[in-house]
Each structure stands twice: as C-alpha cells, then as structure tokens.
Design a binder for this molecule. Structure first.
Ligand code: PGA
Length: 255
C-alpha cells in the first residue's frame, strides 16, 4: 500500500496539515499545477491557505489551477457552480488566475467535447502536481460514483442519490443536477501527488473501505491504493473505522 496516513487531532489540524502540504508544493514550484477539490471538507484548508497568503508566507499567484468536476448545465457565473466556489474560496483569496490553468465549463454546448478539451488542457499543463480530494460517503472520488471505470478519463456522469442528497444544500429550492462532468479515476490517478482529506464520522465507513478494503470498483476511492504517492489526512472520527492495517505501520508525525 502506497498511502501515507496522518491522523490529526481534530478537523482544524486536518486543515492545517493539508494547507501546509499544499503550501510546500507551491513554495518548491511556484507555478505548480494544483487541483482544488470542492465540497465542505476543504473549506477550512482554503481558509488556512488564505491566512498563510495574507501573512506573506505563501505566494500562490503563479499557481496553475485545475478542478475535479462541475455540475452539468450550471454555468461558471452561477454561484452554485464549482467554478464559482473555487473563485470564492480559492482563486480570489489566493490571487490565483484561473486562465493559467484549466477548469471545466458546466454550460458547454457539447459536454463530451468539453471533457476532451479539459483532458487536452491538463496534458498541455504537463499534468497535475498535487490534487486535493475529498471522499464521498459512498466512497466516491470527485463524481466517480461506485462502479466507475478504474481507468476512466474525464466524462459525463450521473450522480448517486447519496451525492445528490449531500449536495442539496447548494441548490436550495431546486433539484441537484442529475449529471456532472468529472475527471475519471484514470485522470485523477495521474496526479503526481494526491492529498485526501476527510473529517467526521460520516466518512468513517468510506475511509475504511478505501484504505483497508480491497481495491474494488464498489469503492472508487480504493483505487488510491494503486497510486505511488497518496497522503491522507484524517480526524479521529473519519479514521475511526480503520483497522491496524489501515492505519499502517509507520505513521509519520509530520511532513
Ligand atoms: P464534502 O464532499 O467535503 O462536502 O463532504 C466530499 C466529496 O463528496 O468528495
């Protein structure tokens, strides 16, 4: 297993560790290609990165940003889009120029062509240096729901009911879109480093299946076990389902 696991004391420490890991990449390579996740979990990490930036300890202005996924049919200027989330929580606070990287356009007239354009964009950037990811309750990675192809590229995907339920808060009064554009598992696994963050006991089962279980399409995140450099940061609740094997022998105390 090629997963490096760090057990934080609490969710705040998860954010601190994840932000430090991302900052380290950017300090070593100011124009790093950084894949930013959306969702609730990374918000504290982004707040910490913003603090580092405001304190003059991090200059992310040359970062080339990319994203994991986007709702189909939701344009980037819609506040519910992932592009708008990234502008709000990452790009604007960290003064990252989105045109330097490549994001997905949920309102593209031809979604399949948009997925292909995105893949070409990632290739032109030279691949992703570090990809931050969360994990769904059902083990999804980006919008790769259970049974997604292990080698899949960026594609249009139907969202699982658990995912639509979990994201309902983003669409008050409206149904959550049924379809999304998402990096495939094959695309995600090409990132040179993957940084997975998870907090809360709602994620304990998915984390245990991803790190302890077999590599199995029923848990898309278990594909991470095939990657040579995955760092996982968990709070005690998210780690609570892990066995000794899942916790690993040599947990580093710091990175
Ligand atoms: P969350 O989403 O951070 O909002 O829990 C994670 C995910 O679905 O990947």
């Amino acid at each position: 297993m090629s997963v490096e696991l760090l057990l934080a004391q609490d969710a705040a420490e998860v954010a601190e560790i994840a932000a430090a890991a991302l900052a380290e990449v950017v300090q070593a390579k100011p124009d790093a290609v950084v894949g930013f996740a959306t969702g609730g979990t990374p918000l504290a990490t982004y707040r910490r990165l913003t603090e580092l930036s405001m304190a003059g300890e991090l200059d992310a202005s040359n970062v080339r940003p990319t994203a994991l996924d986007e709702y189909l049919g939701v344009p980037g200027d819609d506040p519910r889009s992932f592009r708008a989330y990234l502008r709000r929580h990452v790009l604007d606070p960290l003064r990252v120029h989105e045109d330097r990287g490549v994001l997905l356009d949920g309102a593209a007239a031809d979604p399949i062509a948009e997925c292909e354009r995105f893949e070409r964009g990632l290739t032109a950037l030279g691949g992703v240096d570090v990809q931050l990811v969360g994990i769904g309750r059902n083990g999804h990675l980006a919008f790769n729901e259970p049974w997604a192809a292990a080698a899949g590229r960026t594609h249009v995907r139907a969202l699982a009911k658990t995912t639509r339920d979990d994201n309902a808060g983003d669409f008050p009064g409206d149904p959550v879109p049924a379809l999304a554009l998402t990096q495939g598992l094959g695309t995600i696994l090409e990132a040179r480093t993957i940084l997975l963050v998870a907090t809360g006991d709602g994620k304990a089962g998915a984390v245990a299946a991803a790190l302890d279980g077999p590599i199995d399409l029923a848990c898309p995140a278990s594909q991470l076990q095939r990657h040579p450099r995955v760092r996982v940061v968990l709070d005690p609740e998210a780690a609570s389902g892990l066995s000794r094997r899942g916790r690993g022998a040599g947990i580093p105390s710091a990175w």
